[in-house]
Design a protein around this ligand. Structure first.
Ligand code: IVH
Length: 591
C-alpha cells in the first residue's frame, strides 16, 4: 500500500492548507503516512522534517476543528501525551511461544535430525534473533486494536498507548481480517549510545543495554516518554490469522508489504551446511547490524509441516534459536591503571581478571573518565559485567553491587600525574597533566606523529620511542631528525639493519603531503579530515588564516578554529622548524 510514490506535490499541499476540506485532509494523512513509512520503515527519507512538521500541524488543526473526522491512522493519533496509573492484563488470541536455544553445530545437527524425522521434505527460513522485548499486535478491520507485552505467553499487559507512539508500527493496515503480528521492539545501538551520553550529561543513571531500554520504555506509564525513546518494531511472526500463503517466507513478505520493517537479513536454506554458513556470516557481521542480535532463529518454512510438528510444553518443534557466543561476561576488577595521552588527559583503565569472551582473552576494560567511575560506583575488587563487541575496547556495563563482600575499595581520583608526578588539573570531566615534557605526553606525541594517518614512519613503535626518550636522545619530534647511526647503535637491541631502516624511514617522511604535516602536529580537535580541508583551503598559509576564514571551511566549527589559532600562537617556532625539516609538498589546489 505504501509502495506508491508521492501522491501530491508539496507545493500543492501548502496551497491547499488554508482551505482544507475533507478530501484534502484524507490526502494529507495519507501523504504523512507515506513520509513516515519511508523514514521509519524503509530508512529512506522522502522529505525534510520541516515539510513533514508543517503538514502534520495542518492536519492537527483540521482535526481540532473537525474532531469527529479524525482518522485512526492519522499520525496525530500516536501522540503519547497520556499518563496511565497502571496497565491492565490482556489475553493473547493465540499463545506466544518461546524458543529452544542451541549453542553449537552439534546441537544444530541433533535438531535437524529430529525435525527431519518429523518431516523429510522441509526447508528452513533463517533470520536474526533480535535482542529486545517481544510484543503482540492485534489488528482488526485493518486497525491496530491492541498492543500486548509477551507476559507469560498467554496473558500480557496491554500497552496500546505506548505502542502507538512507535513509528514503525502502522496504525492501519490493508488487511481486514483479524491478525496478530508478533515482533521484537528494539532500540538501535547508535540511539542507545546517544541516549546514554545525554543521561550522563544530565547526571542520570545509565541504561545497562539496549534490551533494558526497549523493555523498560514499553512499560512506562507516561507515554510521552515512550514517544521520545526511538523504539523500533521488527516483526518476526504471526499469531491468529487467515493467511493462505503456504510458506513462512511468503507470509513474512506479505507482512512487510503491509508496512512493517524488513529484517536486515534473512535467508532460506535446506541443508545443515547452508544453515551453518548463514549462521557464521551473521555472527561475523553482528557488530555491523544497527540493532543488537543475540542469535539466529531457524524456522521450518512450510506452514503445513509446522502444523504437523506442533509444540512441546514450551516451544515450537519447528523453530530453534541458535545463540551467538556471549559477549558479556562477569569478571573482577583487579586494578585501575592510569594512562596519560599526548594531550595530557589522564584516562583510567580497569585491569580485570583475564576472561575469555568469544575466543579473545580480555584483560582490560575502558572506563572513559573519572566521573564514570563515580557514577557507576566502581570499586577495586568489584564483580562486574563486561561487554566485548567487535573491535571496540571492552567496557564495563554493570557493577554487581549485591555480590560485594565489603572488602572492595573505593578508588581515589589522582592529584599527581602517575608518570611525571606533577600536579594534575581538572578541566570539566577531564583530568590533565600540564607538563609538556612529561614522558608519557612526549612518547605518545611521537607515536602519534609517526602513525599511519600522520607521517606514516615505519619502525617507530612504543618500545623504540621509549628507549630513545629514556636514553635522552630525543625530547621532541624535532630531535628524531638529528639521530645518527652511531647513536642508534649505542642503544640496547639496535643492530645495524634495524637502525638504518629507521633512519631511512625518517628520511622518507620528508617531502610528505602537506595535510599529513598538519595532522602530525597533533592540534586538538583537528584530525585527518580537518587537516585535509585546512591544507586544501590555505596551503602553507594555514598558519596565517584568521578565525573567520577558518570557520568558513566546510566541517570546521568555532572550537576547532580556536584550537588551530591557539596551537599556532604557542608553537610558531616548532611549526616553522618542522616545516624546514620536512619540506612538505604544497597542495596545488588551494584557494
Ligand atoms: S520466533 C514460535 N523469531 O526470542 C516462535 N523470536 O526465545 C516464537 N525473538 O519471545 C518466536 N527475534 O521475543 C522469533 N526472529 C525471531 C526473534 C524472536 C527475537 C525473541 C522473541 C521470543 C524469544 C524466544
Amino acid at each position: 500500500m505504501y509502495k506508491q510514490k508521492l501522491l501530491i506535490s508539496q507545493q500543492f499541499l501548502f496551497d491547499k492548507i488554508q482551505s482544507m476540506n475533507t478530501d484534502d485532509y484524507k490526502e494529507a494523512v495519507k501523504q504523512l503516512n507515506i513520509y513516515a513509512h519511508h523514514y521509519y520503515v524503509l530508512d529512506d527519507a522522502l522529505t525534510t522534517d520541516e515539510v513533514y512538521d508543517k503538514l502534520y500541524h495542518e492536519v492537527l488543526d483540521y482535526e481540532t476543528q473537525h474532531p469527529d473526522e479524525t482518522l485512526v491512522e492519522s499520525p496525530t493519533q500516536r501522540v503519547g501525551d497520556i499518563i496511565t496509573d497502571k496497565f491492565y492484563k490482556a489475553e493473547h488470541l493465540s499463545r506466544m511461544w518461546s524458543l529452544e536455544d542451541i549453542f553449537n553445530n552439534d546441537d544444530l545437527e541433533t535438531w535437524l535430525i529430529k525435525t527431519h524425522k518429523l518431516d523429510e521434505n522441509i526447508s528452513f527460513y533463517c533470520e536474526p534473533k533480535y535482542d529486545g522485548a517481544s510484543l503482540n499486535l492485534i489488528y482488526e478491520n485493518g486497525e491496530l486494536l491492541k498492543g500486548i507485552t509477551r507476559g507469560d505467553g498467554s496473558i500480557g499487559e496491554e500497552i496500546t498507548l505506548n505502542v502507538k507512539t512507535i513509528k514503525s508500527i502502522p496504525l492501519k493496515i490493508e488487511h481486514l481480517d483479524l491478525i496478530e503480528i508478533r515482533g521484537e521492539v528494539v532500540i538501535m545501538k547508535s540511539d542507545f549510545e546517544m541516549m546514554n551520553q545525554q543521561r550522563a550529561k544530565n547526571d542520570e543513571d545509565l541504561f545497562a543495554n539496549p534490551r533494558n531500554v526497549a523493555a523498560g520504555s514499553l512499560r512506562l506509564l507516561d507515554s510521552s516518554i515512550t514517544a521520545k525513546r526511538k523504539l523500533v518494531f521488527l516483526p518476526y511472526g504471526i499469531g491468529v490469522n487467515s493467511l493462505e500463503q503456504k510458506f513462512l517466507d511468503q507470509r513474512m513478505e506479505y507482512i512487510y508489504a503491509l508496512g512493517f520493517k524488513k529484517p536486515p537479513y534473512a535467508a532460506k536454506a535446506k541443508e545443515f551446511k547452508e544453515i551453518q554458513e548463514i549462521y557464521n556470516q551473521m555472527n561475523k557481521d553482528r557488530d555491523s547490524y544497527s540493532m543488537m542480535l543475540d542469535g539466529m532463529v531457524i524456522k521450518v518454512n512450510e506452514i503445513s509441516a509446522q502444523i504437523d510438528m506442533g509444540y512441546t510444553v514450551k516451544n515450537p518443534r519447528w523453530a530453534v534459536a541458535y545463540k551467538f557466543p556471549a559477549i558479556e561476561k562477569i569478571t573482577t576488577i583487579k586494578e585501575i591503571k592510569l594512562q596519560v595521552g599526548r594531550s595530557g588527559v589522564v584516562t583510567p583503565v580497569a585491569v580485570v581478571e583475564p576472561t575469555d569472551i568469544d575466543g579473545v582473552v580480555v584483560e582490560r576494560a575502558t572506563l572513559h573518565n573519572f566521573d564514570e567511575i563515580e557514577r557507576k560506583d566502581i570499586r577495586l575488587g568489584d564483580k562486574v559485567i563486561i561487554l566485548r563487541s567487535g573491535d571496540v575496547i571492552p567496557k564495563i556495563i554493570k557493577v554487581l553491587v549485591h555480590e560485594r563482600s565489603g572488602s572492595e575499595v573505593k578508588f581515589e581520583k589522582p592529584s599527581l600525574c602517575p608518570v611525571c608526578h606533577t600536579e594534575l588539573l581538572q578541566e570539566d570531566v577531564l583530568i590533565k597533566c600540564q607538563n609538556l615534557s612529561c614522558e608519557a605526553r612526549v612518547v605518545n606525541s611521537i607515536l602519534y606523529f609517526a602513525s599511519k594517518p600522520c607521517l606514516n614512519i615505519d619502525g617507530l613503535g612504543i618500545k623504540i620511542v621509549e628507549a630513545l626518550f629514556n636514553s635522552g636522545l630525543i625530547k621532541s619530534v624535532i630531535d628524531l631528525f638529528d639521530l645518527t647511526l652511531e647513536q642508534l647503535l649505542s642503544l640496547e637491541g639496535f643492530k645495524e639493519k634495524k637502525s638504518q631502516n629507521l633512519l631511512d624511514a625518517l628520511q622518507n617522511a620528508k617531502g610528505c603531503e602537506h595535510w599529513r604535516f598538519i595532522n602530525a602536529l597533533g592540534i586538538e580537535h583537528i584530525g585527518e579530515v580537518a587537516s585535509k580541508t585546512l591544507s586544501a583551503e590555505f596551503g602553507f598559509g594555514f598558519v596565517k588564516a584568521t578565525k573567520e576564514q577558518i570557520i568558513e571551511c566546510d566541517g570546521i566549527g568555532e572550537e576547532m578554529a580556536e584550537s588551530v589559532l591557539e596551537f599556532v600562537r604557542v608553537n610558531k617556532e616548532t611549526i616553522a622548524a618542522l616545516h624546514t625539516i620536512l619540506q612538505p609538498k604544497e597542495p596545488t589546489k588551494k584557494i
